[in-house]
Design a protein around this ligand. Structure first.
Ligand code: PNS
Length: 158
């Protein structure tokens, strides 16, 4: 039984994240989405809110669950029997950082990272861009699931 972890900030989850999660769910027995507390990033939504939104938009995948973690990713993997980390690569701009992280995680605890190429339709997409567009009143309905649109505009208006 292969258990993989899709980690990230997910502030909020986008169609780009969902594409990777959905594809991973067809390749592996179990997928855990881990909402990581990234102290260097100021988040719009709390970890609990992000987990709630992810649960809402992934409930159709029976082998996908959501969790959160505030420590090292590799410690979560060891404690929870995770076989590998799965990450999406959008473009070469992601590569340096992702390669560095994957090498550190391999060295720290022997945890492998598998990269999936992002679908071309989502290659430009990021949670930060979605927040920026929405904060200026732009339409983000092509970028995040419909149930999250109201939550995002409400939070940005606060
Ligand atoms: O969605 P993001 O913000 O690009 O995700 C980055 C994330 C949360 C996956 C990364 O920052 C992370 O793994 N943080 C946990 C701490 C850790 O294990 N860092 C790597 C070794 S220094």
């Amino acid at each position: 039984m292969k258990h993989v972890l899709c980690p990230g900030s997910f502030d909020p989850i986008t169609f780009g994240h969902l594409d990777i999660i959905e594809r991973a769910s067809t390749l592996f027995d179990r997928v855990t989405i881990a909402v990581l507390v990234n102290k260097t990033k100021k988040s719009l939504f709390t970890v609990e809110e992000r987990m709630e939104m992810i649960s809402e938009v992934t409930r159709q995948y029976p082998n996908v669950t959501v969790d959160s973690w505030s420590g090292l990713l590799v410690d979560y993997c060891k404690a929870n029997g995770v076989d590998a980390i799965v990450k999406g690569l959008r473009a070469v701009t992601d590569f340096d950082y992702e390669l560095q992280m994957s090498q550190i995680n391999l060295q720290l605890q022997g945890i492998e990272t598998l990269f999936m190429s992002t679908a071309p339709a989502h290659s430009f997409l990021s949670s930060s861009l979605v927040k920026e567009i929405a904060s200026h009143g732009g339409d983000v309905s092509s970028y995040i699931p419909a149930p999250l649109l109201g939550r995002l505009s409400k939070r940005l208006a606060e």
